[in-house]
Design a protein around this ligand. Sequence first.
Ligand code: 2YC
Length: 292
Amino acid sequence: MTRLTHKDINMISARLTDHDSYLRSVTGRSLLGIGAVATGIDDVVFLKQVAPAIPMAVVPMRSGLGIISGFADTVTDVLIHLGFTARITRHSDVAGFVEAMQMGARVVLAADDDCFAAFCYRQGKVVDNSIATANAFAAGLDLMAGGLVEKRVLILGCGPVGRQTVKALLQRKARITVADRIYEKAAGLAEWAKAALDGTIQVARDIEAAIMDHDRIIDATNAADVIRTHHITANTLVSAPGMPCGISPRAMQKLGRRILHDPLQIGVAAMACDAVRIILAKGLPGCPGAWT
Ligand code: 2YC
């Protein structure tokens, strides 16, 4: 899992409104809208109504490689931008979780070096960032492409995000090809998809040929410059949850509004919306039905 740096995230809070405009131009949805579609609550008006009633806390964690300057603050700012009541705890680690409980948080978000999760502790459920992020960028590609049923999609990178992306795209009835620098990872993901999801997906041996042969690409790698200028055609659409962004700067320019990428925001929005879904699973009187 790529560890973000302060440089990756230090401008996010100041640019959240601009980011919404960029997301609307690429997907037709705001940051909250993409999170909502990803989790299956495609009702932003409803989310804006319930969000203030779901207090959230973000706890800095010093374990392992320690605090990333600005990380917990940025996550908190994204949640506030989405309409949630969110606060960063004054304490870190266990004392931070105690403080979160004491302030009445319904959802607690925290990240160590290996996992970034949202704890819906009263429901005994956890939202994992890799899963929420994969769902959100798959939803984003669906929005960009105007639907993915029977459409060919290439997934680059067969780690945790790539695996969840396979699941999300199978649900959307896309025709999936997976590729990884380590062929055995791609082959193993196809075997898992068949065994666990009864999904048939193709495995690319030649990544370069696969990129040239697909208009819809999800970059779930943690490598830079995987997708370059000569790969881009007039029909190319790229949804890129991977960090660092796998699209070269010149390819980004050539793609214009046909690239969906950010280092943290979309994943946090998807986590927050999924936490709402879990908390409201019983449904509220007058809300659009119960979610399982
Ligand atoms: O500041 C803190 O609380 C740190 N313990 C946060 C460490 C986050 C490490 N993970 C990442 O940088 C990213 C996640 C945002 C998603 C995947 N990797």
